[in-house]
Design a binder for this molecule. Structure first.
Ligand SMILES: Cc1ncc(COP(=O)(O)O)c(C=O)c1O
Length: 408
């Protein structure tokens, strides 16, 4: 992106703004699908709405044949309003109304807890003529022989899905109510996103399917949580690729007799691994301040737009300027809210900056736009660029958008 191009966009939509690249998303999704289909044809991709639910992006997912993977009433409403006919309904809290809608939409419902089993059994009693199907989310342990767990945040026990000791009674309840168990779900967020975790997950899912003779399973859903296409500028050495995950899962399932006989769909639910590098963020420098031994570059963007979780890694970045730039200096690029911790880049060497330069931040597609509150600033616009097709897929927020849910 050259300076003139970015300046032109800024003139139209203001700064800061995001650029979305749907063609990059398409490449990622197709590459992930190919990695599996080379080895096993029956694959379903459920795009994880929570990771980034920009409607224009979700529509691209639909166009590519993805299912909508949703985890709340809000995400379900969105999927239905975008015309998704294929929906996977996950998540720990499924309100009665959302469950009813999921059943009538024919969604694959992966039950996370016993209250849902009770609801669905009750529902079935009230609708005796209707065929009801459900899936079970399993609680998977990712603990190695030394007792170290890689479940997100190093937890020994994650809280999602059914632990093994209550599976039997819940499977029995569903069977007695005449509900077909058609999906088994093993999503387990890990802190290392390691390939080996997917062998542990698949093997455990297979064990449960065999042990409880889950012979109606149509969907073998290993969830999300992969590494994937990373933004340019990030060192990918040693990072797993889509193929690595596909190979370990197919290696695990293809030698299993239960799996070979049933041949269910393998379902993956990628989020970050397909969307991180689809979005970039552009923010304008207003002022350079030298305070003590620090150089602060004050910009109109905010850390809340690029890493709302405020992790300490500097995202890939490029300075876009109309001048060559001089010597390098070390900067903290600081955001436009009134918080000291609004630091977009920390201690980064950059060619000398001046007011009017832009800074591009890469890899901002996952858990950013969907996690940004209206805090101090209006939400930034999103411009979609796909070859010659340039369009605004989110305008800048206005006061009315904010006030509409409030009463005076
Ligand atoms: C059930 C489920 N599926 C898929 C995902 C997507 O994960 P990621 O964005 O890490 O790929 C998540 C994220 O937590 C999840 O909870």
């Amino acid at each position: 992106m050259d300076y003139q191009y970015i300046k032109e966009i800024e003139t139209k939509v203001g700064s800061p703004f995001y650029i979305m690249h749907p063609d990059v998303y398409e490449e990622n999704v197709k590459a992930f699908a190919t990695a599996f289909r080379k080895r096993y044809e029956k694959l379903i991709i459920g795009y994880s709405f929570k990771t980034n639910y920009v409607p224009a992006l979700c529509l691209k997912a639909k166009q590519l044949g993805c299912y909508a993977e949703v985890v709340s009433d809000m995400e379900m409403d969105l999927a239905l309003s975008l015309g998704f006919e294929k929906i996977i309904f996950n998540g720990p809290i499924k309100r009665d109304e959302a469950l009813r809608r999921a059943i009538s939409a024919g969604a694959i419902i992966n039950i996370d807890a016993e209250y849902e089993v009770d609801f669905i059994c009750q529902y079935r009693q009230e609708h005796p003529g209707q065929e009801i199907k459900a899936g079970l989310r399993l609680n998977v342990l990712l603990t190695d022989e030394n007792g170290n767990s890689v479940v997100q945040n190093g937890l020994r026990f994650g809280r999602f899905g059914f632990p093994h000791d209550i599976l039997s009674r819940n499977i029995q309840k569903l069977r007695e109510a005449g509900i077909k168990i058609i999906s088994v779900h093993g999503h387990t967020s890990s802190s290392d996103r390691a390939v080996i975790n997917y062998q542990v997950i698949s093997d455990y899912m297979l064990r449960v399917c065999e042990e409880f003779e889950l012979n109606d399973i149509e969907y073998f859903d290993i969830g999300g949580g992969y590494f994937g296409a990373a933004p340019e500028g990030l060192d990918l050495t040693g990072r797993p690729k889509y193929e690595d995950y596909a190979n370990i899962v197919v290696d695990s399932v293809e030698k299993n007799e239960w799996f070979k006989k049933r041949k269910p769909y393998i379902v993956i639910e990628p989020g970050s691994s397909v969307v991180s590098n689809v979005f970039k963020y552009y923010t304008k420098v207003y002022q350079i301040k030298h305070i003590g031994d620090k150089n602060f570059a004050m910009v109109d963007g905010t850390v809340f737009d690029v890493k709302p979780t405020m992790h300490s890694n500097n995202l890939p970045h490029v300075v876009i300027s109309d001048t060559e730039g001089g010597e390098e200096e070390v900067y903290d690029v600081v955001g436009s809210t009134c918080m000291e911790k609004d630091v977009i880049l920390k201690d980064v060497p950059l060619k000398r900056l001046k007011a009017g330069d832009y800074i591009e931040i890469g890899g901002v597609g996952a858990y950013t736009i969907c996690l940004t509150p209206t805090f101090i600033n209006y939400l930034a616009p999103i411009v979609s660029i796909e070859k010659e097709d340039v369009k605004l897929v989110r305008r800048r927020q206005q006061l009315d958008d904010i006030l509409t849910i409030y009463e005076r």
